[in-house]
Design a binder for this molecule. Structure first.
Ligand code: 0RQ
Length: 496
């Protein structure tokens, strides 16, 4: 198949002001690189000439500097969905320069297919290869690329030759049927392959191909500290206890682990704990620690929507393709995060909260209820449907000025009904089978930082003598947040 080759600038010139652009990739990898940069340059030039130029961005998840930063910094984004984790994009959203709406990652592709988000004018997809028949072999992630290729009016492909043919065969492309007669997704085991290794695009829609040769650039992890290591150990110890008492099947269950520093520490601790049998991952993001643990024999199989690996770990994977290549599958996020697959496989989900309240509601996304951090990502998909849903968080943030355990979360992403276990460096709160009052006691005693325990008890006691199921004080529920906003320290809270 002979698709026309274009320069990045030629490709970017196809995109018009007001277009909705679908961006392939996931978790800042496997995303297009050259065309978004050229698009940002074009927007800058047009703005200088006094012309408006903005596009709506629909992605699989985070896209990183090459897209979110480049386009946000030239004010070229009218709206953005779903997950983002870039400082410049965050700033654009929090200053109302880009409209943002947050969607569960399992739903965004489906929303596009249902037509909920209007037309996708142009999709930009990174490929690691294009077959003779014009089929697209994706690169380090899948995200919602298959849906974008299906739904977009025009498709631009970046052919990234930096991966040679290492990734061919690692993808499993499958999209669920449309309702009302949708069949089951036939993933019965973590390693079931159910789709194709490539995406067949309608050749009439392919507007051109831009050659690139550039690896993904992922943000480095901050080194572990005693807090993150202790959270990791607490998670591992908890799972060992559950497994030993038979609450987790003897062969163990697949794990999902979130992204970021804490998630990396948790996985490291789980891998290091040799009491647990080797396990598999049914997750969104395959990050650095997974490759080490696979080589160490601790993880037998990993399926996710992206290989979010630093350069050295990607090299390690490519050097060990004989042993690792057949033990990794990259799937659309609609499959990795689907309620059906998560519940069928009995995935144990471990995600990170910004804050949790004493009843177990979790805020993963908004600082003080107002400023977006990243987005709900897949945490809601996994928390609702997991065999066991665990949230972790350090008990304090900003050097102790903020308690991550509060009377009431300032924004709710996962509700008390979805949060079974809460873990901080202080300990583990097992919320299963507990009433709101019992939860409050369990969380304050086991998870809150000692500096904040009395304050939280003072809050609970405000409801003493009143008849209520949940000890909530309407007057005081957000007082700790208010104290931080007004004085810079939650310890200055005074309840009325
Ligand atoms: O701020 O960077 O300025 O120091 O939040 O916090 O402790 O470094 O934790 O990197 O693991 O991120 C929830 C954001 C945690 C992430 C969140 C401040 C803190 C720091 C980051 P600084 P840490 P992490 C599936 C799972 C939602 C999506 C998800 C996330 C910064 O895990 O985006 O779960 N989750 N996906 O100082 C104010 C508080 C705070 C606070 C922390 N209570 N108030 N600031 N911070 N607690 C995978 C995917 O979806 C891809």
């Amino acid at each position: 198949m002979n698709y026309p080759f274009l320069t990045a600038a030629e490709a970017a010139s196809i995109i018009r002001h007001g277009d909705t652009v679908g961006i392939g990739g996931f978790s800042s990898v496997g995303t297009p690189k050259a065309i978004p940069a050229a698009l940002a340059e074009r927007a800058r030039e047009l703005h200088e000439q006094g012309h408006p130029f903005q596009v709506g961005l629909i992605t699989g998840g985070a896209t990183g500097n090459q897209i979110d930063k480049a386009l946000a910094e030239v004010q070229a984004v009218s709206f953005r969905t779903p997950f983002q984790s870039n400082k410049s994009m965050r700033e654009a959203i929090n200053t109302n320069n880009a409209r943002y709406f947050d969607v569960h990652l399992s739903l965004i592709g489906q929303d596009v297919r249902y037509g909920f988000l209007g037309k996708i004018n142009v999709a930009i997809i990174e490929a690691s290869a294009i077959t003779e028949n014009g089929e697209i072999i994706l690169s380090t992630s899948v995200g919602i690329s298959p849906t974008l290729v299906e739904m977009a009016d025009k498709i631009l492909i970046e052919l990234n030759e930096a991966h040679e043919d290492h990734l061919t065969g690692m993808h499993d492309i499958y999209l669920p049927d449309m309702p009302p007669h949708r069949r089951e997704i036939p993933v019965y085991r973590v390693n079931d392959r159910i789709g194709t290794i490539s995406i067949q695009a309608d050749p009439r829609k392919v507007a051109g191909v831009v050659r690139t040769c550039e690896r993904d650039a992922i943000a480095p992890f901050t080194p572990q500290n005693e807090t993150t290591l202790q959270i990791g150990r607490n998670v591992a110890d908890f799972l060992v206890r559950e497994w030993k008492k038979g609450a987790i099947p003897h062969e163990f269950l697949p794990l999902q682990s979130g992204v970021g520093n804490i998630a990396n520490a948790v996985l490291g601790a789980l891998g290091a704990d040799r009491q647990l049998p080797p396990f598999s991952m049914f997750t969104e993001v395959i990050q650095n620690s997974v490759i080490d643990l696979m080589l160490d024999g601790r993880i037998c199989f990993a399926t996710g929507s992206s290989l979010t690996l630093s350069d050295d770990k990607l090299d390690l994977l490519y050097d060990n393709m004989d042993t690792l290549g057949k033990r990794i599958l990259l799937r659309p996020q609609e499959i990795t995060n689907h309620p059906e697959t998560i519940r069928r496989l009995g995935v144990i989900a471990i995600n990170t909260a910004l804050e949790a309240d004493i009843f177990g509601n979790v805020n993963s996304t908004h600082v003080l209820g107002r400023q977006i951090m990243n987005g709900i990502g897949g945490s809601g998909d996994f928390a609702r449907n997991a065999y066991l849903s665990i949230f972790t968080t350090p008990s304090t943030a900003k050097g102790g000025l903020i308690s991550s355990i509060v009377p009431q979360v300032s924004h709710t992403d996962s509700t008390e009904h979805d949060v079974r276990i809460l873990i901080t460096e202080q300990g583990v709160a097992d919320l299963r089978g507990k009433s709101p009052r019992q939860r409050a006691e369990c969380i304050i005693e086991n998870c809150a930082h000692p500096d904040y325990r009395q304050l939280l008890w003072d809050y609970v006691k405000l409801s003493d003598g009143t008849s209520c199921h949940t000890p909530l004080s309407l007057r005081n529920a957000l007082k700790m947040h208010l104290a931080f906003a007004e004085t810079g320290d939650m310890r200055n809270t005074v309840f009325e």
